[in-house]
Design a binder for this molecule. Structure first.
Ligand code: FCB
Length: 458
């Protein structure tokens, strides 16, 4: 194996999000989020699981910081639970108890030599805002501005990396189009309105964060999935174009000042998802300029690719379908194909089509169940192979000139995987949810070695 070296200043981190790990949903003045509500809606989350306890990170964060330190992790990407800061989202003064918690967390990280990367919104909207329309309402943009201001003001001197949003596609499409995520709506036109308000709130928050946290770098994280045509036919090429517009360009293009992609606006008009003609009803004058606020980096979450053929569009929009189905051995437990070449191709394409934007992989990882063996050791060889392949793809893309500055493994530890509940385990660290015992897996040792040596074998 030839070792591929990363640049000396490359950042190796791990990622989590608030609702997936914190628990303590009634403590510190936290209000209910849309995920508390969604988990209690029968049939929405596998096994009726909830984030009520999750990894109990709210109480165990000192132990979790020590764990990261023992692995040599350099940076930790976590998110702020909005309802800990504004319990209903409607208050004008933040809840000090919530800010105190995150400041303690940040202080603990800094003391351990770990750089915090803070995501503002990783899906746990205060229920009070949902009751007033949530992301379908423009009022939520103003509430997000207050949230960004409060977090920036408190953490600004200590946190130098902020991510406004995690995966607007998921918020809009899983939350409002196919109903798999909170708030569980199934309404195409509403999903496009929600996407716009999420992007707009990002653009509004960028200057607020910059002013409140002087010198901080501000970015946004998108989940990007490269599409591949199932055949060489013109119809499959067009299906792939459409998928790319739906999944990737609808977010990328407005963020860099190109507005919504014209081919997709035409498709959506034809499909009755947008009015047949005229201005887009949810775009007000100045919105597109606001969304295009200059950012310091683009966060990229990559898990898999999609293979498209014409018959699956527009149905393919429900989720990337893989046709033909990948061979069983190349799929993770969640059914996503293992395809590291897709990450390299994606990074090269971003550097070519969206030049001048530093990139960070803010999530990448694999779900495999792999419980501890009788000696209490977790041998997760498939996850090791997944990380090896994708880290090598990162190193190759850097060698080819891609401005990739960091990589965050998803996830530090097994956690609440949204609609899948605790069934899907993405962690480098095994969590026994009955006892809260944490066991670093083989993949944690593998990743620690990559960080230590700054290189990965191909
Ligand atoms: C991403 C989410 C993250 C986790 C992974 C598996 O879409 O951002 O919270 O669920 O998928």
């Amino acid at each position: 194996m030839t070792p591929l070296r990363f640049p000396r200043d490359f950042v190796f981190g791990v990622a989590t999000s608030s609702y997936q790990i914190e628990g303590a949903v009634h403590e510190g003045g936290r209000g209910p989020s849309i995920w508390d509500t969604f988990c209690r809606t029968p049939g929405k989350v596998r096994g009726g699981d909830t984030g009520d306890v999750a990894c109990d990170h709210y109480h165990r964060h000192p132990e979790d910081i020590a764990l990261m330190r023992s692995l040599g992790v350099q940076a930790y990407r976590f998110s702020i639970a909005w309802p800990r800061i504004f319990p209903t989202g409607l208050e004008t003064t933040p809840n000090a108890g919530g800010l105190d918690f995150y400041e303690r967390l940040v202080d603990g990280l800094l003391a351990a030599g770990i750089t915090p990367w803070v995501t503002l919104y990783h899906w746990d909207l205060p229920q009070g805002l949902q009751d007033r329309g949530g992301w379908a309402s423009r009022g939520t943009v103003d509430a997000f501005a207050r949230f960004a201001e409060a977090v920036g003001a408190r953490l600004g001197g200590k946190v130098a990396h902020f991510i406004t949003h995690n995966e607007p596609w998921c918020v809009a499409m899983l939350g409002h189009m196919n109903g798999e995520h909170a708030p569980g709506h199934k309404d195409w036109p509403e999903a496009l309105v929600a996407a716009h308000h999420v992007l707009l709130s990002h653009g509004v928050a960028v200057p607020i964060l910059r002013a409140a946290a002087r010198g901080a770098q501000v970015g946004i994280t998108l989940n990007l999935t490269p599409g591949y045509p199932a055949s060489a036919s013109a119809a499959d090429a067009d299906a792939t174009r459409h998928f790319d517009g739906f999944f990737n360009r609808w977010y990328l293009d407005p963020l860099v000042g190109r507005g919504y992609p014209a081919d997709m606006v035409a498709d959506y008009r034809r499909l009755g998802r947008l009015p047949a003609n005229g201005e887009l009803p949810f775009v007000e004058p100045g919105d597109l300029e606001t969304i295009a606020a200059a950012i310091d980096f683009l966060g990229v979450n990559y898990y898999t690719r999609a293979i498209l053929r014409s018959e699956t569009v527009p149905e393919a929009e429900n989720l990337p379908r893989q046709i033909p189905e990948p061979a069983a051995e190349s799929k993770t437990d969640i059914g996503w194909e293992v395809y590291p070449d897709g990450l390299e191709a994606l990074l090269l394409r971003l550097a070519r089509d969206y030049p001048g934007l530093p990139l960070a992989i803010t999530e990448n990882g694999a779900s495999y169940f792999t419980p501890p063996d009788p000696d209490g050791v977790v041998h997760d060889a498939a996850r090791v192979a997944y990380f090896r392949g994708h880290l090598a793809a990162c190193a190759r893309s850097i060698a080819a000139g891609v401005p990739l500055v960091g990589y965050f493994a998803w996830s530090l530890m097994d956690n609440f995987e949204w609609a899948y509940g605790y069934d899907q385990r993405f962690g480098l660290v095994w969590v026994d949810f009955a006892t809260q015992v944490r066991i670093p897996k083989d993949s944690a040792r593998f990743y620690a070695e990559v960080i230590r040596t700054g290189a990965v074998g191909e």
